[in-house]
Write a protein that binds this ligand. Structure first.
Ligand code: ZN
Length: 165
């Protein structure tokens, strides 16, 4: 389907419309490996899980979230904060190696007016590329998603397991 000259992404629209898995928290469901949720998990550390985003804003879009359900970054313990920062740096090294992006947007959406659809705290790591379409194309969901998030999972998993990173 084409809208505004770009490809429409029906799966994402279904998600926004409310056709979500019938679980209380989708990220907690990933942690307990609930079969109702499609998990694109790449790696687990002591306190965090790292997943590819099922609906990537750009190729290589990853999410890092704590295994326990917290909704604000200020709820993280010092040990969790340290681990998260370490994991974030490692993720950037791996994405550099695999995707060669030209920049990154990294951040949280916290609170009901932030545009957040999942309350469980999650850090977006969004690689940016010189020739990609703009932010408006992304938020209106009219851009072409050129990357299949499942395709690179095996390579991502291998890189996260490797001791060199
Ligand atoms: Zn949760």
């Amino acid at each position: 389907m084409k809208i505004n000259g770009n490809l429409f992404v029906p799966s994402k629209i279904a998600y926004v419309r409310g056709d979500k898995p019938a679980v209380e928290c989708i990220l907690c469901a990933i942690i307990i490996k609930d079969p109702r949720v499609k998990s694109l998990e790449v790696f687990r550390s002591a306190h965090f899980s790292l997943c590819a985003n099922l609906y990537p804003y750009s190729p290589g879009h990853l999410l890092i979230f704590p295994k326990r359900h917290v909704e604000d970054v200020r709820e993280l313990t010092l040990a969790e904060s340290r681990e998260l920062f370490h994991l974030e740096k490692r993720t950037l090294d791996i994405l550099d190696k695999l995707y060669h992006p030209h920049g990154y947007n990294i951040g949280y959406n916290i609170g009901e007016w932030s545009g957040n659809s999942i309350k469980h705290l999650h850090l977006h790591i969004v690689p940016r590329y010189r020739n990609e379409l703009g932010f408006v194309d992304i938020i209106t969901e009219t851009r072409i998603i050129v990357d299949d998030p499942v395709k690179n999972l095996p390579r991502l998993r291998k890189l996260f397991k490797a001791k060199t990173f």
